[in-house]
Design a protein around this ligand. Structure first.
Ligand code: ZN
Length: 188
């Protein structure tokens, strides 16, 4: 396994629309492991292949497995429970992910991105979804997700279509973030 370089804005490769994976071969499996390792190394919860300059429809995520009921908990209660119970690692690798259903109700959540490190913004997205993908054993999977995982899946699939989370916020905010981020990254 190896850690790959994560590209940052304004790298034009972040606008590339990735191509479907036709043959799930050894190279693809190695790439998925490298992506996961790269994501953990950067303390991220999701990474798309385009962020490591790879033109393939692959994403990895780990939003953790919460081993208790979360419904109706306040944020404070939730955080307390996490402290008590911990969150188990829950890596997910998706090949050719495709959203087949999005809920009408929306959820606003603060998002960040390994390609725009240090900058966050609130983004409104459908709160739950159904996604189809192929796993590393070439099995077709249908997954229903809500909460943080639903946000993460939409954020990562956006990357495969050349879309960043800042493309979902106002032009004014987007340009402010881009201006600051690009200046910061170019001097480091
Ligand atoms: Zn991102």
């Amino acid at each position: 396994m190896s850690i790959k370089e994560i590209i940052k804005v304004p790298n034009p490769f972040l606008k590339v629309v990735a191509k479907p994976v036709i043959d799930i071969n050894q190279n693809v499996l190695v790439l998925l492991n490298d992506m996961l390792e790269t994501m953990y190394d950067a303390n991220g919860i999701g990474l798309a292949a385009t962020q490591i300059s790879t033109d393939k429809r692959l994403i990895v995520m780990d939003c953790g497995e919460v081993n208790f009921e979360t419904e109706g908990l306040s944020e404070e209660e939730y955080n307390k429970k996490i402290k008590e119970n911990g969150i188990k690692p829950f890596p997910i690798k998706m090949i050719n992910p495709r959203i087949v259903n999005l809920s009408d109700d929306l959820n606003e959540r603060e998002e960040g991105c390994l390609s725009i490190p240090g900058y966050n913004a609130n983004v409104k997205r459908p709160s739950s979804l159904k996604v189809e993908y192929t796993d590393e054993n070439k099995k077709n999977i249908t997954l229903e997700a809500d909460g943080l995982l639903a946000t993460c899946i939409q954020h990562e699939i956006d990357h495969l279509n050349g879309i960043l989370f800042i493309d979902h916020i106002s032009k004014l905010k987007r340009e402010m973030i881009l201006k600051k981020a690009i200046k910061e990254y170019s001097t480091n």
